[in-house]
Each structure stands twice: as C-alpha cells, then as structure tokens.
Design a protein around this ligand. Structure first.
Ligand code: GLV
Length: 308
C-alpha cells in the first residue's frame, strides 16, 4: 500500500514520522521522491492537477491536506475517487484561537489602543461586558461550532447562520437565505467561516454589510473571494462597518499596492488563522485509510453536489 504526500514540505517529516511509527505496513512517500506513481493508492495533497492525477491509475482516495477543498478542481477528480476534507483537532484549535483573539481584540478596543499608542494618547474607552455584544458566525461546520463553544465561555451573546438548519445550545441559529437578514441584524461582530462555493462567492458584499447594525465588525476566516473588497472599503469609510480583520484575501498573497494594507481599519494576516498539524491530523487520516482497507465508509468525504 503506497501513500504519497504532496503538500507543505515543512510539515512532511511530521507526517512521515507518524506513519513510520504507527503504520509500518504502509509505504509513505514524500513528493518529489515519489517512486513509481503507478503504485500510489492514497494521495495527501493541496493541489491535485488533472494531469498529475492521470498518472496515478491505482489512486483510491484523495485527501485534502487542508480544511478547504475549493482549490481542487473537482471535475479533474474521477467520480469513483472520494475527496476527503481535513477535519482534525489541530485545525479546529488554531481557528478557535484566532477567532477568539480577533473577537477579544475588537471587544477590548485593542486596535484603537494601537493607534492611541502610536500617537502617545492615554484615553481609556468604555469597557462593556461581553454580554453586551453579539457575535455571529456564518458557517456552522466543525470550525464554526468549536468557535461558538469557546466564545460562549467569555459570555458573548451568540448567533449562528448556516445553509441548512442546526441547533446549538446557547446559540440563536438561523438557516438559509430567508433568515440571513434577521441573523445579520443582531451581529456586532460577524465571523465568516463558510466554505467557498458558487453560492458563497461574493456573499460579503454591500447588501450584507447594510443589514448589519451600524458600526459592526467583520472577521473573514473563510476565503478571500467571499468578500467584495470595494464594498468593504465603502462600508468602512461610511462608518457602516467599524473594522475588518481579514486572514484571507483575493488574491493571496495580497499585492503590496492593495488598498487593504494602508486602510487604518483593516487588519490583515497572511492566511495563518489555522493550519493542519501533522501530529493530530495523521492519526485521523490513518484511521480513514484503515476504514477504506476494511471496506467501511470513509469520514469527511466531500459532497460533490454541495461543493464542500
Ligand atoms: C486553510 O485555509 C485550509 O483550508 O486548511
């Protein structure tokens, strides 16, 4: 049985070590030292170009090395090959950390104090309790749910919006296009954790910003193409939105002359909110391979119709 890892080189050794220790029966290969491609049955990859997949006649499962799969051209993956999303505690914890940090920094006015510091200004702002703010999460998958659970511990009021209905304790949930506006109307901080699909491309636009309370803040940890950049700048400049924290942009890297860099109320990080951690991801991926070997159903298979 051969597995080929063709993703971030810096983390390859972590994957290889785990498989060497826990699955010595599996032949774990790291790109470009791939050996005979005709033997490869499992591929762990970020990009899976059609031409490359065509060289793997024995491929049984394609594992995305990241949570998102929007970068994979599904039409290039033969219909009999399942594509598996990366759902693992390391990615979830990273996202919970990043979003908690973003929400707390907004809640406790850290961005204002950064500006005050630069100007040598001592100006204590009001400190409302967390219960005075409502945080809304778009996308109630494993990441969105974990983020909401942690934010609950701080005492924020919580809302969630999802394509299909979900029930979460302590969270007011909304579903589908009809309930998007009522959901937005109560969000002081809006977190986007949606997968990128044709339905979510450009969803963070002028109309959506106008449905938020005046002065709301946006945190985009979904995908860059979900945001209409010019609409965000307009909403920030009119005061409709107070701030935006963006971990994802379109394109990436964000070009040096993009207006987000210089905008005083946009904070950009270079797509680092959360990353697959080999130590926690490898056991889950291995368990999925074992399931496949036993002829059992795989976990976290992408629904091609839904696109995530
Ligand atoms: C990162 O964006 C991922 O999809 O894992």
């Amino acid at each position: 049985m051969s597995i080929l890892y063709r993703s971030d080189a810096a983390r390859a050794a972590g994957w290889a070590n785990y498989f060497a220790q826990h699955a010595p029966d599996l032949d774990f290969r790291i790109w470009p030292d791939a050996g005979d491609l005709k033997e490869v049955e499992y591929l762990i990859a970020w990009q899976a170009p059609a031409g490359f997949l065509a060289e793997l006649p024995k491929l049984k499962v394609l594992f995305s090395s990241g949570a998102g799969i929007d970068h994979v051209d599904l039409s290039a993956v033969p219909a009999h090959i399942p594509l598996v999303r990366m759902v693992e505690p390391g990615i979830i914890n990273g996202m919970v950390e990043y979003v908690s940090l973003a929400v707390l920094a907004l809640h406790r006015d850290f961005f204002d104090y950064m500006a005050h510091k630069a100007n040598h200004v001592w100006d204590p702002l009001e400190v409302p309790p967390a219960s005075a703010r409502t945080v809304g999460v778009m996308g109630l998958g494993s990441l969105g749910c974990a983020v909401l659970e942690r934010l609950a511990a701080f005492g924020f009021k919580l809302r969630g919006w999802n394509r299909s209905p979900r029930t979460l304790e302590g969270v007011e949930t909304f579903a589908g296009a009809d309930q998007l506006q009522p959901f937005l109307a109560g969000c002081d901080v809006l977190i986007c954790l949606l997968p990128l699909t044709p339905a979510t491309k450009g969803i963070l636009n002028r109309e959506l910003f106008a449905a938020l309370p005046k002065g709301a803040a946006l945190v985009n940890v979904g995908r860059g193409p979900q945001l209409v950049d010019a609409d965000l700048i307009e909403a920030l400049d009119s005061g409709q939105l107070s701030r935006a924290i963006l971990d994802v942009t379109e394109p990436e890297p964000l070009p040096a002359d993009h207006p987000f860099w210089a905008h005083p109320r946009v904070f950009v990080t270079p797509h680092v909110a959360s990353m697959t951690q080999p130590e926690s991801a490898a056991p889950i991926l291995l368990e999925n391979i074992r399931r496949d070997q036993r002829g059992e159903a795989l976990r976290d298979v992408v629904d091609r119709g839904r696109g995530y």
